[in-house]
Design a protein around this ligand. Structure first.
Ligand code: TYD
Ligand code: MG
Length: 457
Protein backbone atom coordinates (compact mmCIF):
# COMPACT_ATOMS: atom_id res chain seq x y z
CA UNK A 1 0.00 0.00 0.00
CA UNK A 2 1.30 3.42 -0.87
CA UNK A 3 1.92 5.84 1.90
CA UNK A 4 -0.62 8.57 2.35
CA UNK A 5 -0.15 11.16 -0.35
CA UNK A 6 2.46 9.15 -2.28
CA UNK A 7 2.05 8.42 -5.95
CA UNK A 8 4.40 6.86 -8.46
CA UNK A 9 5.16 8.81 -11.60
CA UNK A 10 6.64 7.36 -14.78
CA UNK A 11 9.79 9.20 -15.85
CA UNK A 12 9.05 8.27 -19.43
CA UNK A 13 5.41 9.17 -19.99
CA UNK A 14 4.52 11.08 -16.82
CA UNK A 15 1.53 8.88 -15.96
CA UNK A 16 0.94 8.47 -12.24
CA UNK A 17 0.03 5.26 -10.38
CA UNK A 18 -0.99 4.71 -6.79
CA UNK A 19 1.30 1.71 -6.38
CA UNK A 20 4.75 0.89 -7.60
CA UNK A 21 5.27 -1.56 -10.42
CA UNK A 22 8.30 -2.72 -12.40
CA UNK A 23 6.66 -1.76 -15.66
CA UNK A 24 4.65 1.37 -16.31
CA UNK A 25 1.08 0.27 -17.10
CA UNK A 26 0.57 3.35 -19.27
CA UNK A 27 3.54 3.25 -21.64
CA UNK A 28 5.08 -0.14 -20.95
CA UNK A 29 8.55 1.21 -20.05
CA UNK A 30 10.50 -0.75 -17.43
CA UNK A 31 11.94 0.64 -14.20
CA UNK A 32 10.61 4.12 -14.77
CA UNK A 33 8.20 4.53 -11.85
CA UNK A 34 9.55 6.77 -9.10
CA UNK A 35 7.85 7.85 -5.93
CA UNK A 36 6.49 11.32 -5.88
CA UNK A 37 5.08 13.12 -2.87
CA UNK A 38 2.00 15.14 -3.53
CA UNK A 39 1.01 17.61 -0.92
CA UNK A 40 -2.36 19.23 -1.04
CA UNK A 41 -2.95 22.35 0.96
CA UNK A 42 -5.47 21.60 3.71
CA UNK A 43 -9.01 22.11 2.52
CA UNK A 44 -8.05 22.23 -1.14
CA UNK A 45 -10.82 19.81 -1.99
CA UNK A 46 -13.51 22.09 -0.62
CA UNK A 47 -14.88 24.58 -3.10
CA UNK A 48 -13.12 27.90 -2.76
CA UNK A 49 -14.06 31.31 -3.97
CA UNK A 50 -12.22 30.71 -7.19
CA UNK A 51 -13.87 27.39 -7.97
CA UNK A 52 -17.41 28.18 -6.83
CA UNK A 53 -20.06 29.60 -9.16
CA UNK A 54 -18.08 30.13 -12.32
CA UNK A 55 -20.09 30.06 -15.50
CA UNK A 56 -18.75 28.89 -18.77
CA UNK A 57 -19.07 31.58 -21.42
CA UNK A 58 -19.41 29.96 -24.83
CA UNK A 59 -18.31 31.67 -28.00
CA UNK A 60 -18.75 30.98 -31.70
CA UNK A 61 -16.10 29.87 -34.10
CA UNK A 62 -16.80 32.78 -36.41
CA UNK A 63 -16.05 35.51 -33.93
CA UNK A 64 -12.91 37.41 -34.79
CA UNK A 65 -9.79 37.20 -32.71
CA UNK A 66 -6.93 39.50 -33.61
CA UNK A 67 -3.72 37.69 -34.56
CA UNK A 68 -1.41 37.44 -31.55
CA UNK A 69 1.28 40.11 -31.39
CA UNK A 70 4.80 38.83 -31.87
CA UNK A 71 8.18 39.60 -30.40
CA UNK A 72 10.41 39.64 -33.45
CA UNK A 73 13.79 38.72 -32.01
CA UNK A 74 15.80 39.52 -35.11
CA UNK A 75 17.25 36.01 -35.36
CA UNK A 76 15.37 35.33 -38.58
CA UNK A 77 15.56 31.55 -38.62
CA UNK A 78 14.35 31.40 -35.00
CA UNK A 79 11.47 33.75 -35.75
CA UNK A 80 10.53 31.67 -38.77
CA UNK A 81 10.26 28.47 -36.73
CA UNK A 82 8.19 30.33 -34.11
CA UNK A 83 5.77 31.33 -36.86
CA UNK A 84 6.84 34.96 -37.15
CA UNK A 85 8.30 35.71 -33.72
CA UNK A 86 7.67 34.73 -30.12
CA UNK A 87 4.10 35.21 -28.90
CA UNK A 88 4.00 37.20 -25.63
CA UNK A 89 2.92 35.02 -22.72
CA UNK A 90 3.88 31.80 -24.44
CA UNK A 91 6.22 29.07 -23.26
CA UNK A 92 8.64 27.34 -25.61
CA UNK A 93 10.68 24.24 -24.88
CA UNK A 94 13.92 23.79 -26.83
CA UNK A 95 15.42 20.32 -26.68
CA UNK A 96 18.69 19.01 -28.02
CA UNK A 97 21.77 16.90 -27.34
CA UNK A 98 24.40 18.28 -25.00
CA UNK A 99 26.83 20.49 -26.90
CA UNK A 100 24.61 20.97 -29.93
CA UNK A 101 24.44 24.70 -29.24
CA UNK A 102 21.22 25.35 -27.31
CA UNK A 103 22.81 27.83 -24.92
CA UNK A 104 24.54 29.57 -27.81
CA UNK A 105 21.31 29.87 -29.78
CA UNK A 106 19.22 31.17 -26.92
CA UNK A 107 21.83 33.64 -25.75
CA UNK A 108 21.85 34.95 -29.30
CA UNK A 109 18.04 35.13 -29.40
CA UNK A 110 17.92 36.97 -26.06
CA UNK A 111 20.70 39.36 -27.08
CA UNK A 112 19.21 40.20 -30.47
CA UNK A 113 15.77 40.72 -28.96
CA UNK A 114 17.30 42.95 -26.27
CA UNK A 115 19.01 45.00 -28.94
CA UNK A 116 15.59 45.56 -30.45
CA UNK A 117 14.28 46.97 -27.21
CA UNK A 118 12.77 43.88 -25.58
CA UNK A 119 13.48 43.40 -21.89
CA UNK A 120 15.31 40.09 -21.81
CA UNK A 121 16.75 37.89 -19.09
CA UNK A 122 18.99 34.86 -19.42
CA UNK A 123 19.05 32.60 -16.38
CA UNK A 124 21.62 29.85 -16.38
CA UNK A 125 21.52 26.94 -13.99
CA UNK A 126 24.47 25.25 -15.65
CA UNK A 127 27.10 27.90 -16.18
CA UNK A 128 28.55 30.68 -14.08
CA UNK A 129 27.91 34.30 -15.07
CA UNK A 130 31.55 34.63 -16.21
CA UNK A 131 31.15 31.76 -18.63
CA UNK A 132 28.00 33.20 -20.15
CA UNK A 133 29.59 36.62 -20.34
CA UNK A 134 32.72 35.21 -21.93
CA UNK A 135 30.67 33.47 -24.57
CA UNK A 136 28.69 36.63 -25.26
CA UNK A 137 31.95 38.51 -25.76
CA UNK A 138 33.26 35.92 -28.20
CA UNK A 139 30.00 36.13 -30.08
CA UNK A 140 30.12 39.91 -30.24
CA UNK A 141 26.99 40.30 -28.14
CA UNK A 142 28.54 41.94 -25.07
CA UNK A 143 26.81 45.26 -25.73
CA UNK A 144 23.29 43.77 -25.74
CA UNK A 145 21.29 44.81 -22.65
CA UNK A 146 20.44 41.27 -21.48
CA UNK A 147 20.12 40.71 -17.75
CA UNK A 148 22.12 37.66 -16.69
CA UNK A 149 21.69 35.49 -13.63
CA UNK A 150 23.11 32.16 -12.50
CA UNK A 151 20.45 30.53 -10.34
CA UNK A 152 18.80 27.18 -9.86
CA UNK A 153 16.31 27.95 -7.12
CA UNK A 154 12.86 28.28 -8.60
CA UNK A 155 11.70 30.47 -5.74
CA UNK A 156 14.51 32.97 -6.31
CA UNK A 157 13.84 32.98 -10.05
CA UNK A 158 10.10 33.52 -9.66
CA UNK A 159 10.68 36.33 -7.16
CA UNK A 160 13.23 37.92 -9.48
CA UNK A 161 10.90 37.73 -12.45
CA UNK A 162 8.02 39.19 -10.47
CA UNK A 163 10.14 42.08 -9.19
CA UNK A 164 11.12 43.37 -12.60
CA UNK A 165 9.14 43.54 -15.84
CA UNK A 166 10.51 41.30 -18.61
CA UNK A 167 9.32 40.43 -22.08
CA UNK A 168 11.45 37.37 -22.71
CA UNK A 169 13.20 35.02 -20.30
CA UNK A 170 15.48 32.08 -21.12
CA UNK A 171 15.79 29.31 -18.52
CA UNK A 172 18.85 27.16 -19.23
CA UNK A 173 18.02 24.39 -18.39
CA UNK A 174 14.74 23.18 -16.90
CA UNK A 175 16.48 20.06 -15.51
CA UNK A 176 18.69 22.14 -13.23
CA UNK A 177 15.83 24.03 -11.58
CA UNK A 178 14.53 22.96 -8.21
CA UNK A 179 11.63 24.00 -6.09
CA UNK A 180 11.82 23.86 -2.30
CA UNK A 181 8.16 22.81 -2.22
CA UNK A 182 9.27 19.36 -3.26
CA UNK A 183 11.79 17.05 -1.73
CA UNK A 184 12.75 15.28 -4.92
CA UNK A 185 16.22 15.86 -6.39
CA UNK A 186 16.75 18.42 -9.19
CA UNK A 187 16.23 16.81 -12.56
CA UNK A 188 13.62 14.36 -11.21
CA UNK A 189 10.19 14.14 -12.75
CA UNK A 190 8.61 15.94 -9.84
CA UNK A 191 11.04 18.84 -9.95
CA UNK A 192 11.04 19.26 -13.70
CA UNK A 193 7.28 19.19 -13.80
CA UNK A 194 6.90 21.56 -10.87
CA UNK A 195 9.44 24.04 -12.23
CA UNK A 196 7.97 23.97 -15.72
CA UNK A 197 4.46 24.34 -14.33
CA UNK A 198 5.36 27.36 -12.21
CA UNK A 199 7.23 29.07 -15.03
CA UNK A 200 4.47 28.47 -17.55
CA UNK A 201 1.93 29.84 -15.10
CA UNK A 202 4.01 32.94 -14.56
CA UNK A 203 4.37 33.38 -18.32
CA UNK A 204 0.60 33.26 -18.86
CA UNK A 205 -0.15 35.52 -15.90
CA UNK A 206 2.33 38.23 -16.75
CA UNK A 207 2.36 38.05 -20.53
CA UNK A 208 6.02 37.17 -20.38
CA UNK A 209 7.53 34.72 -22.86
CA UNK A 210 9.53 31.90 -21.35
CA UNK A 211 11.97 29.77 -23.29
CA UNK A 212 12.93 26.57 -21.47
CA UNK A 213 16.00 24.60 -22.46
CA UNK A 214 15.59 20.85 -22.06
CA UNK A 215 18.10 18.04 -22.27
CA UNK A 216 17.43 15.08 -24.43
CA UNK A 217 17.75 11.44 -23.48
CA UNK A 218 19.63 8.88 -25.55
CA UNK A 219 16.37 7.94 -27.26
CA UNK A 220 15.90 11.53 -28.37
CA UNK A 221 12.99 12.41 -26.08
CA UNK A 222 13.20 15.46 -23.90
CA UNK A 223 14.36 14.21 -20.51
CA UNK A 224 11.79 14.37 -17.78
CA UNK A 225 8.14 13.69 -18.21
CA UNK A 226 6.36 14.12 -21.49
CA UNK A 227 3.94 16.31 -19.57
CA UNK A 228 6.33 19.24 -19.94
CA UNK A 229 5.82 18.97 -23.67
CA UNK A 230 2.08 19.23 -23.11
CA UNK A 231 2.41 22.22 -20.79
CA UNK A 232 4.26 24.47 -23.22
CA UNK A 233 2.92 26.13 -26.36
CA UNK A 234 5.74 25.06 -28.60
CA UNK A 235 8.44 22.40 -28.65
CA UNK A 236 11.49 22.82 -30.86
CA UNK A 237 14.27 20.33 -31.38
CA UNK A 238 17.75 21.63 -32.05
CA UNK A 239 19.68 19.08 -34.04
CA UNK A 240 23.06 18.67 -35.61
CA UNK A 241 25.18 15.84 -36.82
CA UNK A 242 28.52 15.54 -35.03
CA UNK A 243 31.37 16.77 -37.17
CA UNK A 244 29.19 19.08 -39.25
CA UNK A 245 28.76 22.79 -38.54
CA UNK A 246 25.08 22.81 -39.57
CA UNK A 247 22.38 23.02 -36.95
CA UNK A 248 18.70 22.66 -37.58
CA UNK A 249 15.93 24.00 -35.41
CA UNK A 250 12.83 21.95 -36.04
CA UNK A 251 9.32 22.69 -34.83
CA UNK A 252 7.76 19.60 -33.24
CA UNK A 253 4.72 21.32 -31.78
CA UNK A 254 3.59 24.88 -32.19
CA UNK A 255 0.28 26.35 -31.07
CA UNK A 256 1.05 29.58 -32.89
CA UNK A 257 2.57 28.45 -36.14
CA UNK A 258 3.19 25.62 -38.54
CA UNK A 259 5.09 22.61 -37.29
CA UNK A 260 7.72 20.98 -39.44
CA UNK A 261 9.18 24.37 -40.13
CA UNK A 262 12.94 24.40 -39.92
CA UNK A 263 15.55 27.02 -39.24
CA UNK A 264 19.06 26.39 -40.48
CA UNK A 265 22.17 27.69 -38.73
CA UNK A 266 25.87 27.25 -39.11
CA UNK A 267 28.07 27.06 -36.00
CA UNK A 268 31.20 29.13 -36.34
CA UNK A 269 33.78 30.84 -34.17
CA UNK A 270 31.41 33.69 -33.39
CA UNK A 271 28.35 31.62 -32.58
CA UNK A 272 25.56 30.61 -34.90
CA UNK A 273 24.95 32.33 -38.18
CA UNK A 274 21.73 32.02 -40.10
CA UNK A 275 21.69 30.10 -43.33
CA UNK A 276 19.26 31.80 -45.66
CA UNK A 277 19.74 29.43 -48.57
CA UNK A 278 20.06 25.89 -47.19
CA UNK A 279 20.28 24.23 -50.60
CA UNK A 280 23.65 25.77 -51.32
CA UNK A 281 24.86 24.40 -48.00
CA UNK A 282 23.79 20.78 -48.33
CA UNK A 283 24.75 20.45 -51.94
CA UNK A 284 28.14 19.51 -53.22
CA UNK A 285 28.23 21.74 -56.29
CA UNK A 286 31.93 21.53 -56.98
CA UNK A 287 33.33 18.80 -59.18
CA UNK A 288 31.71 15.95 -61.03
CA UNK A 289 28.93 13.95 -59.41
CA UNK A 290 30.22 10.42 -58.91
CA UNK A 291 28.33 7.20 -59.45
CA UNK A 292 26.07 6.57 -56.46
CA UNK A 293 25.04 10.17 -55.89
CA UNK A 294 21.65 11.70 -56.61
CA UNK A 295 20.39 15.18 -55.80
CA UNK A 296 17.03 15.12 -54.08
CA UNK A 297 14.74 18.10 -54.49
CA UNK A 298 13.13 18.14 -51.06
CA UNK A 299 10.85 20.36 -49.01
CA UNK A 300 11.74 21.16 -45.43
CA UNK A 301 9.01 23.07 -43.69
CA UNK A 302 7.91 25.72 -46.13
CA UNK A 303 11.17 25.79 -48.07
CA UNK A 304 12.56 23.71 -50.87
CA UNK A 305 15.95 22.25 -49.98
CA UNK A 306 18.22 20.42 -52.36
CA UNK A 307 20.42 17.75 -50.86
CA UNK A 308 22.73 15.07 -52.18
CA UNK A 309 21.97 11.45 -51.34
CA UNK A 310 24.96 9.13 -51.63
CA UNK A 311 24.85 5.36 -51.90
CA UNK A 312 27.52 2.73 -52.00
CA UNK A 313 26.76 -0.82 -53.05
CA UNK A 314 29.76 -3.08 -52.60
CA UNK A 315 30.35 -6.86 -52.53
CA UNK A 316 29.98 -8.17 -49.01
CA UNK A 317 32.83 -9.96 -47.32
CA UNK A 318 30.58 -11.56 -44.74
CA UNK A 319 27.64 -13.91 -44.71
CA UNK A 320 25.30 -11.21 -43.48
CA UNK A 321 25.60 -8.14 -45.67
CA UNK A 322 25.72 -4.78 -43.96
CA UNK A 323 23.09 -2.06 -44.26
CA UNK A 324 24.09 1.29 -42.82
CA UNK A 325 22.34 4.65 -43.04
CA UNK A 326 23.20 8.19 -42.02
CA UNK A 327 20.42 10.77 -42.06
CA UNK A 328 17.96 8.22 -43.38
CA UNK A 329 15.56 5.67 -41.88
CA UNK A 330 16.87 2.09 -42.03
CA UNK A 331 13.37 0.65 -42.36
CA UNK A 332 12.77 2.80 -45.39
CA UNK A 333 16.08 1.67 -46.93
CA UNK A 334 15.03 -1.95 -46.45
CA UNK A 335 11.77 -1.21 -48.25
CA UNK A 336 13.45 0.46 -51.19
CA UNK A 337 15.93 -2.41 -51.52
CA UNK A 338 13.05 -4.90 -51.43
CA UNK A 339 11.15 -3.05 -54.15
CA UNK A 340 14.31 -2.78 -56.29
CA UNK A 341 14.82 -6.55 -55.91
CA UNK A 342 11.24 -7.63 -56.42
CA UNK A 343 10.14 -5.16 -59.12
CA UNK A 344 13.34 -4.28 -60.96
CA UNK A 345 15.40 -7.44 -60.58
CA UNK A 346 18.31 -5.69 -58.88
CA UNK A 347 19.87 -8.04 -56.32
CA UNK A 348 21.45 -6.78 -53.10
CA UNK A 349 21.51 -10.09 -51.20
CA UNK A 350 25.31 -10.43 -51.33
CA UNK A 351 26.08 -6.71 -51.21
CA UNK A 352 26.82 -4.26 -48.45
CA UNK A 353 24.67 -1.16 -48.82
CA UNK A 354 25.46 2.26 -47.37
CA UNK A 355 23.22 5.29 -47.70
CA UNK A 356 24.26 8.74 -46.59
CA UNK A 357 22.53 12.10 -46.70
CA UNK A 358 25.22 14.70 -47.33
CA UNK A 359 25.74 17.66 -45.04
CA UNK A 360 24.29 16.08 -41.90
CA UNK A 361 20.65 16.63 -42.81
CA UNK A 362 18.06 14.06 -41.76
CA UNK A 363 15.44 13.26 -44.37
CA UNK A 364 12.07 11.85 -43.43
CA UNK A 365 10.08 12.79 -46.53
CA UNK A 366 8.81 9.80 -48.53
CA UNK A 367 9.36 12.00 -51.60
CA UNK A 368 13.05 11.12 -51.30
CA UNK A 369 12.47 7.43 -52.12
CA UNK A 370 13.18 7.77 -55.82
CA UNK A 371 16.35 9.76 -55.18
CA UNK A 372 17.59 7.04 -52.81
CA UNK A 373 16.69 4.34 -55.33
CA UNK A 374 18.44 6.28 -58.09
CA UNK A 375 21.58 6.63 -55.97
CA UNK A 376 21.51 2.89 -55.18
CA UNK A 377 21.01 1.93 -58.82
CA UNK A 378 23.67 4.38 -59.94
CA UNK A 379 26.15 2.79 -57.55
CA UNK A 380 25.12 -0.75 -58.45
CA UNK A 381 25.54 -0.05 -62.21
CA UNK A 382 28.51 2.25 -61.67
CA UNK A 383 26.81 4.80 -63.91
CA UNK A 384 26.79 8.40 -62.73
CA UNK A 385 23.61 10.44 -62.99
CA UNK A 386 23.89 13.64 -65.00
CA UNK A 387 25.56 16.39 -63.01
CA UNK A 388 22.63 18.75 -63.50
CA UNK A 389 19.75 16.41 -62.61
CA UNK A 390 17.45 16.45 -59.57
CA UNK A 391 15.27 13.52 -58.51
CA UNK A 392 12.08 13.19 -56.44
CA UNK A 393 9.11 10.83 -56.13
CA UNK A 394 7.61 8.39 -53.68
CA UNK A 395 7.92 4.65 -54.34
CA UNK A 396 5.09 2.28 -53.57
CA UNK A 397 5.53 -1.39 -52.74
CA UNK A 398 4.10 -2.28 -56.12
CA UNK A 399 6.96 -0.44 -57.80
CA UNK A 400 5.06 2.67 -58.86
CA UNK A 401 6.53 6.14 -58.65
CA UNK A 402 3.94 8.33 -56.98
CA UNK A 403 3.49 12.07 -57.32
CA UNK A 404 4.52 14.11 -54.29
CA UNK A 405 3.52 17.48 -52.89
CA UNK A 406 4.73 20.78 -54.32
CA UNK A 407 6.54 19.37 -57.34
CA UNK A 408 6.49 22.80 -58.93
CA UNK A 409 8.28 24.41 -55.99
CA UNK A 410 10.92 21.68 -56.03
CA UNK A 411 11.62 22.18 -59.72
CA UNK A 412 11.75 25.96 -59.41
CA UNK A 413 14.32 25.75 -56.62
CA UNK A 414 16.38 23.32 -58.70
CA UNK A 415 16.18 25.64 -61.72
CA UNK A 416 17.28 28.55 -59.54
CA UNK A 417 20.35 26.61 -58.44
CA UNK A 418 21.40 25.81 -61.98
CA UNK A 419 19.94 22.33 -62.45
CA UNK A 420 18.84 21.60 -65.98
CA UNK A 421 16.86 18.39 -65.77
CA UNK A 422 14.70 16.39 -63.42
CA UNK A 423 13.61 12.81 -62.93
CA UNK A 424 10.33 12.26 -61.15
CA UNK A 425 6.81 10.83 -61.29
CA UNK A 426 5.05 10.92 -64.64
CA UNK A 427 2.44 13.45 -65.69
CA UNK A 428 3.64 16.88 -64.87
CA UNK A 429 2.26 19.83 -66.73
CA UNK A 430 4.54 22.70 -67.68
CA UNK A 431 7.53 21.69 -65.60
CA UNK A 432 10.03 24.43 -64.82
CA UNK A 433 12.84 22.15 -66.03
CA UNK A 434 13.26 19.60 -68.82
CA UNK A 435 11.57 16.69 -67.12
CA UNK A 436 11.82 12.93 -67.42
CA UNK A 437 8.73 11.26 -66.00
CA UNK A 438 8.65 7.64 -64.92
CA UNK A 439 5.47 6.12 -63.58
CA UNK A 440 7.21 2.84 -62.74
CA UNK A 441 10.41 2.47 -60.78
CA UNK A 442 11.62 -0.01 -63.42
CA UNK A 443 11.47 2.73 -66.10
CA UNK A 444 13.50 5.10 -63.98
CA UNK A 445 16.12 2.43 -63.20
CA UNK A 446 16.31 1.45 -66.90
CA UNK A 447 17.01 5.07 -67.81
CA UNK A 448 19.79 5.26 -65.25
CA UNK A 449 21.26 2.00 -66.55
CA UNK A 450 21.15 3.13 -70.19
CA UNK A 451 22.07 6.75 -69.33
CA UNK A 452 19.00 7.63 -71.40
CA UNK A 453 17.81 11.10 -70.56
CA UNK A 454 15.52 11.93 -73.45
CA UNK A 455 13.26 14.36 -71.82
CA UNK A 456 9.60 14.94 -72.31
CA UNK A 457 8.42 18.46 -71.73
P1 TYD B 1 26.43 25.12 -26.20
O1 TYD B 1 25.57 26.24 -26.63
O2 TYD B 1 27.10 25.24 -24.88
O3 TYD B 1 25.64 23.74 -26.24
P2 TYD B 1 24.44 23.21 -25.32
O4 TYD B 1 23.93 24.35 -24.53
O5 TYD B 1 23.44 22.68 -26.30
O6 TYD B 1 24.99 22.12 -24.51
O7 TYD B 1 27.47 24.92 -27.37
C1 TYD B 1 28.54 24.13 -27.20
C2 TYD B 1 29.34 23.90 -28.45
O8 TYD B 1 29.30 24.94 -29.39
C3 TYD B 1 30.75 23.75 -28.02
O9 TYD B 1 31.19 22.47 -28.45
C4 TYD B 1 31.50 24.84 -28.68
C5 TYD B 1 30.61 25.26 -29.79
N1 TYD B 1 30.70 26.71 -30.07
C6 TYD B 1 31.30 27.14 -31.22
O10 TYD B 1 31.79 26.36 -32.03
N2 TYD B 1 31.36 28.48 -31.48
C7 TYD B 1 30.86 29.40 -30.63
O11 TYD B 1 30.93 30.61 -30.89
C8 TYD B 1 30.25 28.95 -29.42
C9 TYD B 1 29.68 29.90 -28.44
C10 TYD B 1 30.18 27.59 -29.18
MG1 MG C 1 24.03 24.62 -22.48
Amino acid sequence: MARDGAVYACTSCGATQTRWAGQCPACGAWNTLVEELVSRPPGALKPTKATRSRHLAFEGLDETTPAPPRIVTGVGEWDRVCGGGVVPGSAILVGGDPGVGKSTLLLQVAAEAARRGQRCAYISGEEAIEQVRGRAQRMGLADAPVKLAAETSLRAILDGLKAEPFDLVVIDSIQTMWSDNHEAAPGSVTQVRAAAGELVRLAKKRGLSVILVGHVTKEGAIAGPRVVEHMVDAVFAFEGERGYPFRILRGAKNRFGATDEIGVFEMGDAGLSEVKNPSALFLNTSGERAAGAAVFAGIEGSRPVLVEIQALVAPSAYGTPRRAVVGWDSGRLAMILAVLEARCGLGFGDKDVYLNVAGGLRISEPAADLAAAAALASSAFDVALPQDCVVFGEISLSGEVRPVSRMDGRLKEAAKLGFRRALGPADLENPALPYTGASRLGDAIQRIHDANWDERR
